[in-house]
Write a protein that binds this ligand. Structure first.
Ligand code: URA
Ligand code: SF4
Length: 191
């Protein structure tokens, strides 16, 4: 078994926090383990829980379109969440649930070593970058220390679910997405 298969299996049977009790499926995340970009949401919703796959509901369909709008496919990036099991009624995960699940995301990031981590929504942003307001920093890359040691570039974006009912945020999200290719190019030039 490869290290990534083992990680997926561990997540699928994990009982490290109470969220395992309400799940149909854990949602480990999916995409390429050689991805240059990782998209990180907060946690699975109803559709994700049913299918065991990240971002497959209405917000996910928009995310897929946004990814394709910059000439990429879901297979070429990696899509994951901070917590791997759906919180009841889609509430925010509790701090202890995030702490219990965090090592999985940390391992995924260490395996993939993405050039760019795109956080989706203010909750996901807050796990990596503290003290920022999403309305002020969305679409602006931040280079800061990764918890794995090296410097890491993050791009905080609005969550696609918010864009579904707010046309102006959808426009903003589209504009912010358009910046990704150039941000990636710059990261590569600086390497
Ligand atoms: N919202 C998220 O944050 N993650 C998903 O996987 C789906 C919706
Ligand atoms: Fe395990 Fe994470 Fe699911 Fe909690 S949310 S049971 S820590 S996989």
């Amino acid at each position: 078994m490869t290290i990534t298969e083992e990680l997926i299996n561990q997540i699928n049977v994990c009982k490290k926090c109470p969220l395992h009790k309400g799940r149909i499926h854990a949602v480990p995340g999916e995409g390429s383990y050689k991805a240059e970009i990782m998209f990180i949401g907060e946690g699975p919703g109803r559709d994700e829980d049913i299918q065991g796959r990240p971002f497959v509901g209405a917000a996910g369909k928009l995310l897929t379109k946004l990814i394709e709008s910059i000439g990429l496919s879901r297979d070429e990036v990696f899509i994951a969440n901070v917590v791997k099991c759906r919180p009841p009624e889609n509430r925010d995960p509790l701090p202890e649930e995030v702490s219990a699940c965090w090592p999985y995301l940390e391992q995924q990031i260490k395996i993939i070593k993405p050039l760019l981590i795109v956080t989706l929504g203010r909750h996901s942003m807050g796990r990596f970058l503290s003290g920022l307001k999403i309305s002020e920093v969305h679409g602006m890359p931040k280079r800061t220390k990764g918890f794995w040691g090296e410097k890491q570039v993050y791009l905080p974006l609005y969550h696609p679910a918010v864009a579904l009912y707010d046309p102006r945020k959808k426009e903003t999200l589209l504009e912010d997405f358009k910046k990704i290719p150039l941000i990636l190019k710059k990261i590569k030039e600086e390497k």
